[in-house]
Ligand binder design. Structure first.
Ligand SMILES: *Cc1c(COP(=O)(O)O)cnc(C)c1O
Length: 226
């Protein structure tokens, strides 16, 4: 094993020790090589997230059956066909038009896609995700789709700074999760709350996250980031 793989393996082992057993670690692998992702899988990572369909494709083709593959970046509708061929879960559904595109492509393949709805919990204009006040309508519409199965919610929140600054975003998302769960809508089963990154995953877990998406905490800083 090269030095890089050893660092990755040590980071994964450390994280898996600190994360409760009912919380799933998703390795956020944007910008990482096949070798780096493979090292994480070898060390015990079972879920890997990617932000871009094109970048994920060769990696999933190489390592496909060794992990579950999550789309965690903003998905353009014209990439839906390619996305449903390679991903096991799409965490970033934020409009009915996107949900319908996924539904149509899955119908053609005879499969159903598990999805999360991404909430823009901070109402940040630069961020993707459905606005909190539009969440209920979107969820109600998604329940009508046959080939899309809504299984939870995802939010980004701030990536840097004091992790406590992210807590209100996580709390709001958790509250939305609980409120929707209580509605007992047909055709959805809310199981996953995806929140928290390297900087904030501990706060996210305290607020109820059971999927945490960690990139630099596994693979080291990305180029251009300290
Ligand atoms: C990059 C990214 C992460 C991981 O961020 P880190 O700070 O590197 O842990 C998580 N989720 C999404 C959607 C990302 O794009």
């Amino acid at each position: 094993m090269d030095l890089r793989s050893i660092h990755i393996a040590e980071a994964v082992e450390r994280l898996l020790k600190t994360i409760p057993p009912d919380v799933t670690l998703v390795a956020a692998a944007k910008g990482r090589s096949i070798e780096e992702v493979e090292a994480a899988i070898q060390a015990g990572v079972s879920h890997v997230g990617h932000n871009y369909v094109q970048e994920a494709k060769p990696i999933i083709e190489a390592l496909g059956d060794r992990a579950n593959w999550h789309m965690i970046g903003h998905l353009q509708r014209n990439k839906a066909a390619a996305a449903v061929r390679i991903f096991d879960m799409i965490e970033t559904v934020d409009s009915m038009r996107l949900a319908e595109a996924i539904d149509l492509r899955c119908a053609r393949l005879g499969r159903t896609m598990p999805v999360l709805v991404e909430i823009n919990s901070g109402r940040e204009r630069t961020k993707t995700g459905v606005l909190p006040e539009e969440l209920d309508d979107l969820v109600a519409s998604i329940t009508k789709l046959k080939h899309v199965h809504l299984i939870g919610l995802m939010t980004m929140g701030p990536r840097f700074g004091d992790p406590e600054d992210a807590r209100p975003f996580f709390k709001a998302t958790r509250e939305a999760f609980d409120r929707l769960s209580a509605q007992r809508l047909p055709n959805i089963s809310l199981q996953y709350l995806s929140m928290g990154m390297t900087n904030s995953y501990q706060v996210a877990i305290e607020e109820g996250a059971n999927l945490v998406r960690i990139g630099s905490g596994i693979f080291g800083p990305r180029e251009g980031e300290a």
